[in-house]
Design a protein around this ligand. Structure first.
Ligand code: DAH
Length: 339
């Protein structure tokens, strides 16, 4: 029995010494101190000894177990500390800034161009106005001189609420009405915002896009003023003076109504952006119709005004050379990161 105890002791000591990880140490613990381990076997053997031998070896076996537990605990503490130090070293070597860089966001092209347009209009003396995207039929159609059953209503099919009186606005021209009802002239506002149409999606159409609306009401406001404001804002946005071309156009809320094209800012002989025409259709505009003024409680005998509305989505696509509207609305990180 004596030899057996010594042999167990020396094996345990050498196995404990060579354990270099917590996992190694756990194997040694199970082998010697586990429920079916060597020390349990030793105790079973002890029971089979004579009374006198039990008196000698009993305390030895108990001491062996206590020593093993103590040695095991000491080794456990040592290995645990070593592993903690290793983890701390690895953590210190980990460069958090790498991860941070890849997670950094960027501003959406809409945010860039909206901020730029707002700055441009503010620099020309306009205030920035806002209105709800969920609008009433009155603001989106009736007050804009588009009565019920007018064919212009079906041209801009949109999403109606079940009450058939509220809808997702089809144009930012609604904000003209809100601004005129709230303020007394002179009024000068610009309003960037989201609009909706019941459209099939392709490279240049989506059911949601952005417009910017501009309204000026005063005692004397002319087509000449309108064109001067348009030229100035285009020059500021594209960084160079662009020729504009004006054609007659029909919009129920202006009379006369105009379609304004700008010279292509990207070529001199025609390119894919201007479809080789040298001109880009940019906006609808005109002199505010007297019926619209009357709807808003403004006397058309005293006041007159001009308005124009342009596709902010289109302006962004032109300015940033984006060929497909679906990219702007996709939320794709690789695309958005470029801005
Ligand atoms: N609201 C029109 C549209 O969505 C654009 C427009 C045309 C706005 C003429 C105007 C305007 O202010 O005078 O197509």
């Amino acid at each position: 029995m004596h030899n057996r105890i010594e042999s167990i002791q020396s094996h345990f000591t050498s196995e404990l010494t060579t354990s270099s990880t917590l996992a190694d140490l756990e194997i040694v613990r199970i082998k010697y101190l586990g429920r079916q381990g060597i020390l349990v076997d030793l105790m079973t053997e002890l029971k089979m000894l004579s009374h006198d031998d039990k008196k000698i070896f009993g305390p030895l076996c108990n001491k062996l177990k206590a020593d093993f537990q103590e040695l095991h605990q000491a080794k456990l503490n040592q290995l645990y500390q070593e592993e903690q130090n290793l983890l701390a070293q690895k953590a210190a070597a980990f460069d958090v800034s790498i991860e941070k860089k890849s997670l950094q966001g960027s501003l959406h092209p809409y945010t860039h161009i909206t901020r730029e347009l707002e700055d441009i209009f503010i620099s020309m003396g306009f205030a920035i106005a806002d209105g709800p995207e969920l609008e009433t039929e009155f603001h989106n159609f009736t007050a804009l001189n588009i009565p019920q059953d007018h064919p212009a209503r079906s041209e801009s099919d949109t999403f109606w609420l079940p009450d058939l009186h509220r809808l997702l606005r089809t144009q930012t021209s609604t904000v003209q009405i809100r601004a005129m009802k709230k303020n007394t002239p002179p009024i000068a506002i610009a309003c960037p915002g989201r609009v909706y149409r019941n459209e099939a999606t392709d490279a240049s159409h989506d059911f949601m896009f952005m417009q910017i609306e501009c309204l000026y009401i005063d005692k004397q406001a002319s087509v000449a003023n309108l064109l001067a404001v348009i030229k100035e804002f285009l020059q500021k946005l594209f960084g160079k003076e662009l020729k504009i071309r004006v054609r007659p156009g029909f919009f129920p809320f202006v009379e006369p109504g105009l379609e304004v094209d700008a010279e292509c800012p990207f070529c001199t002989v025609g390119c894919s952006t201007c479809k080789h025409t040298r001109w880009i259709e940019l906006m609808g505009a005109g002199i505010v119709h007297p019926n619209v003024l009357i709807h808003c409680g403004i006397d058309p005998k005293i006041y007159t005004g001009f308005a124009f509305g342009s596709g902010l989505t289109r302006l962004a696509m032109l300015k940033y050379h984006i060929s497909d509207i679906r990219m702007i609305h996709s939320g794709k990180i690789n695309f958005l990161r470029q801005f």
